[in-house]
Write a protein that binds this ligand. Structure first.
Ligand code: ZN
Length: 405
């Protein structure tokens, strides 16, 4: 569950010599090996708990890689988190067959025992061969949000990630600070809280109240394509056709999962950008009752997406909440008028009362978020103002629309 820390990430770029790059490349490579070893051991033993997997895999990781002891521990934890993610997804859909998590991306985790951040803006990082120290490339003070975390002592460095993409190195510095005490206490009663509403759909697989649209077209296209080829192969009925179907299913699952991961990351990014403590979805149990009925594939995709967002949000102290989706596609976010006639077409919304026209998915996202904001207001234990995050500002039940600075 959400812990008592506020968490932020500052993206920086280390300035590296060729020699340092080689050391980091070697470290990344050994890290992947270590995670894959831990993943295999966890998978074989059905172990997804960090400290237990650490006990099982630590010695092997130290023997078979050049990582230092703390990096070996972090790798076992990383694998445990990935294995745990697989399990929770499997629970959701027994027909969705998963495979052992494989670590292929060029990243390596750091914590305070493997990385030190200095006041002069330099950093020291553990590698497979001792530590390296380098400067960080930071934007100017006025432009860079990074300075807020680097210079303010209240923010302490926590788990961070070094990654290499297209030949460039990035250091995602994780920071945390204690939530202000009253905020922790007020959590359930009168805290001001900001809610991000999310609509799940078909044209757009997800839309947020801050106007992020994740198109569903590519997903639909790829899914149809897979179905078509699968159908043809099934008719062939040969042994090799069967094998090809199996290989394709693996590819499809990985592709879909990767796509949904990216959408989930974007939703989290929206929540961070707009300082949302809550992300509200429609309750998926109701999805089957929607008209037109959502096909099985999209039901599956929506559930996966929500699960991924929940999983990622938890690590950042953001809560995921669910609301009854009744009328969320029919209510006008401007004037509140609710009518079936407001929904002109699948993609279009035009209010019969005030004439407001908007994208239908965007209307849905705002209404889902608004419902959660209202729910907070009605709760007898709460007296604070909740607000819905919009692209241009926020809306509160009492003060109405407040534009952002
Ligand atoms: Zn209206």
């Amino acid at each position: 569950m959400a812990d008592d820390y506020l968490r932020r990430t500052a993206i920086t770029r280390p300035i590296l010599t060729t020699e340092q790059q080689d050391l980091l490349d070697a470290t990344i490579s050994e890290w992947k090996t270590a995670c894959n070893i831990s993943s295999r051991i966890g998978w074989e033993n059905g172990e997804t708990r960090k400290t237990y997997l650490q006990d099982l895999a630590y010695d092997t990781v130290l023997e078979e890689t050049r990582l230092g002891s703390q990096h070996a521990i972090l790798a076992t934890h990383q694998a445990a988190a990935a294995l745990d993610g697989v399990e929770s997804i499997e629970d959701l859909d027994e027909h969705y067959k998963t495979s052992r998590p494989e670590f292929t991306s060029n990243t390596v985790k750091y914590d305070t025992r493997t990385m030190t951040l200095f006041d002069d803006g330099s950093v020291s990082l553990s590698t497979v061969d001792g530590r390296i120290r380098c400067d960080l490339n930071l934007p100017d003070e006025e432009d860079g949000y990074q300075h807020e975390y680097l210079t303010d002592d209240e923010w302490e460095v926590t788990e961070s990630t070094l990654s290499k993409r297209d030949g460039e190195y990035y250091l995602h510095l994780g920071f945390r600070k204690d939530k202000p005490e009253k905020q922790v206490e007020r959590q359930d009663d009168d805290e001001d809280r900001t809610v991000l509403g999310v609509d799940l759909g078909i044209v757009n697989i997800a839309t947020t109240s801050t106007a992020y649209f994740a198109s569903g077209r590519e997903l639909r296209h790829r899914h149809r394509e897979f179905e078509r080829i699968r159908g043809n192969l099934q008719q062939t009925g040969t042994q090799s056709a069967h094998r090809t179907i199996q290989q394709m299913s693996g590819r499809e699952s990985r592709y879909l999962r990767d796509q949904l991961h990216q959408v989930a990351n974007q939703i989290l990014e929206e929540a961070r950008t707009y300082d949302c403590e809550y992300i509200a979805f429609e309750n998926l149990k109701h999805i089957r009752e929607r008209a037109p009925p959502v096909k099985e594939f999209h039901q599956w995709a929506h559930r996966q997406l929500v699960d991924l967002v929940e999983y990622k949000a938890e690590a950042e102290g953001i809560s995921v909440e669910f609301v009854d989706p009744k009328n969320t596609s029919r209510r006008c976010p401007e004037c509140g008028h609710t009518s079936e006639g407001n929904r002109v077409r699948q993609a279009e919304f035009e209010c019969e009362s005030c004439g407001a026209t908007q994208n239908a998915d965007y209307v849905g996202a705002k209404n889902v978020g608004w419902r959660y904001v209202r729910r907070g207001l009605q709760s007898s234990r709460r007296t604070g103002d909740s607000q819905l995050a919009l692209k241009s500002g926020t809306v509160t039940p009492n003060r109405g629309f407040v534009p952002s600075d």
